[in-house]
Write a protein that binds this ligand. Structure first.
Ligand code: FAD
Length: 438
């Protein structure tokens, strides 16, 4: 093994970019973080603006990065959201709740960046528009960026490695159904949802069943006339939710008509005013030029060894933060440590062939299990295997058992209609206020 200090570009100053910058700095690399906006924190910087194209279909639209809604409170307890060596603890004057509002996460990231002297590494207002390897032998990468205020001027700079940390909650994925173009009501993706007021007294169809779908459904049901949730699950049939005045569940949308009618696959229908697509996001790397070596196919970024390194460009190009349906903070922290140590020469990767066959094995396994390609980076039940694999690579002590218990406990609550108050009643459920139990 050898040890080396490289000049590394990090794209994005959200949670992934900040953690990656810290780890790279710790390992002695020279780091520059490119951040297109004027502040750090990425997703956690609430932006009241919405995009001109509410479904996010127009590639030329003015893009708003964050998908935060005004009322958002975190959906995992703060003990699971803190970094391993920098707990997300209560701060004077902060939001003391176990599930604080989004402002508290931003404050935490700002404190983290200040305490580890990361702010001075960030070039704010620099949007990366091109990342391309210009010399395969010396592993040189050009990173071209344009600066806010002088959009026509491009700056190019050469680096030895690039870590992509640009986030994946900005480019909407929408549900498609016959008639969606002629249906006359308002259609909006959750990316452009901020507050419930626009849905006052409306009949709303909400598509989706993830964490944002549940939050938004609860919130708009307090102002809307009726809310109809369209779900993919095969066992869902038309029903009114118990203990709710105005929420119904249906199967997926079959079609929508010019007269405002929305027909569901279970035969039920409703004349609605609005459809909200809470249907997730697409990975998007408009700046990346790899001659097809890395591509996004049906929302699978690949090929990537363990969701991080493209085998034939490793370790000079890496992606941090792609997995979802997991506690993002821990995954990001472990991945960023791995990247920094591999680049420093302190940890070795398998050969290119071995990494490529590991990726093939994953694809084959998914195929045999009947999993669609777009689930490639969804960890869910595999979350702990993946985390433990990274922990072993990094030679860290095993993760505490309470993490798994707490995560699955929270997951059940996030998408349940039975406990709207779980964030506030958490202290008395699952014994989790008692740290010896967790
Ligand atoms: P981001 O935070 O999106 O940061 C990416 C950064 O890259 C941004 O600052 C962006 O401006 C910058 N960037 C993008 N493109 C470029 C470019 N070309 N050039 C330069 N800079 C660029 N996680 C939890 O743990 N708990 C929660 O409760 C939770 N709730 C969530 C709720 C919502 C609505 C959403 C959308 C996500 C939520 N998450 C939650 C997940 C959250 O996204 C992650 O916790 C984490 O913040 C992701 O960080 P990131 O750095 O990968 O991406």
């Amino acid at each position: 093994m050898y040890e080396q200090s490289l000049k590394v570009a990090v794209i994005g100053a959200g949670m992934a970019g900040l953690l990656t910058a810290r780890e790279l700095k710790r390992e002695g690399h020279r780091v520059i973080v490119f951040e297109k906006s004027i502040s750090l924190g990425g997703t956690w910087v609430y932006d009241p603006r919405v995009e001109t194209n509410a479904l996010g279909l127009d590639p030329a639209r003015q893009i708003v990065h964050s998908s935060m809604y005004r009322s958002l409170r975190v959906n995992l307890p703060r003990r699971l959201m803190g970094f391993l060596d920098y707990p997300f603890s209560l701060k004077e004057g902060g939001d003391p709740r176990e599930f604080p509002g989004h402002e508290e996460v931003l404050r935490y990231l700002e404190d983290f960046a200040r305490d580890f002297r990361l702010v001075e590494l960030i070039r704010f207002g620099h949007e990366v528009v091109r990342v391309e390897q210009v010399n395969e032998v010396s592993h040189e990468w050009v990173v071209e960026s344009r600066t806010r205020g002088s959009e026509s001027e491009m700056e190019g700079e050469v680096f030895e490695a690039v870590a992509v940390c640009n986030g994946h909650h900005t480019e909407p994925r929408i549900a498609e159904f016959p008639g969606m173009d002629i249906w006359p009501g308002m259609q909006v993706h959750s990316h452009n949802y901020r507050t419930p007021e626009p849905f006052q007294n409306q009949i709303v169809v909400l598509i989706g069943n993830g964490p944002s779908a549940h939050d938004i459904l609860r919130e708009i049901s307090s102002v809307a006339k009726e809310v109809h949730q369209a779900l993919r699950a095969s066992d869902v049939h038309f029903k009114k939710l118990e203990n709710r005045n105005n929420i119904w569940q249906h199967s997926v949308i079959k079609c929508a008509n010019e007269d405002g009618k929305v027909v569901f696959q279970d035969g039920s229908f409703v004349y609605a005013d609005a459809i909200i697509h809470c249907t997730g996001f697409k990975y998007h790397f408009p700046f990346l030029r790899t001659n097809g070596i890395v591509s996004v196919d049906d929302n699978c970024v690949g090929p990537l060894y363990k969701h991080v390194f493209p085998p034939c460009l490793a370790p000079w190009l890496s992606f941090v933060g792609l997995p979802y349906r997991a506690a993002p903070t821990l995954i990001i922290e472990l991945q960023s440590r791995w990247v920094a140590k591999v680049l420093a020469g302190k940890l070795a990767l398998p050969s290119e062939e071995e990494m490529a066959s590991s990726v093939e094995e994953l694809y084959q396994h998914m195929k045999e299990s009947g999993l669609p390609k777009h689930h490639t980076h969804q960890l869910q039940q595999n979350k702990f295997d993946y985390e433990n694999w990274l922990v072993t690579q990094l030679r860290l002590p095993p993760l505490e058992e309470w993490r798994e218990e707490m995560y699955f406990h929270a997951l059940k609550k996030i998408t349940s209609h039975d406990d709207d108050e779980y964030r506030d009643t958490w202290d008395v459920i699952g014994g989790c206020k008692d740290t010896t139990a967790c």
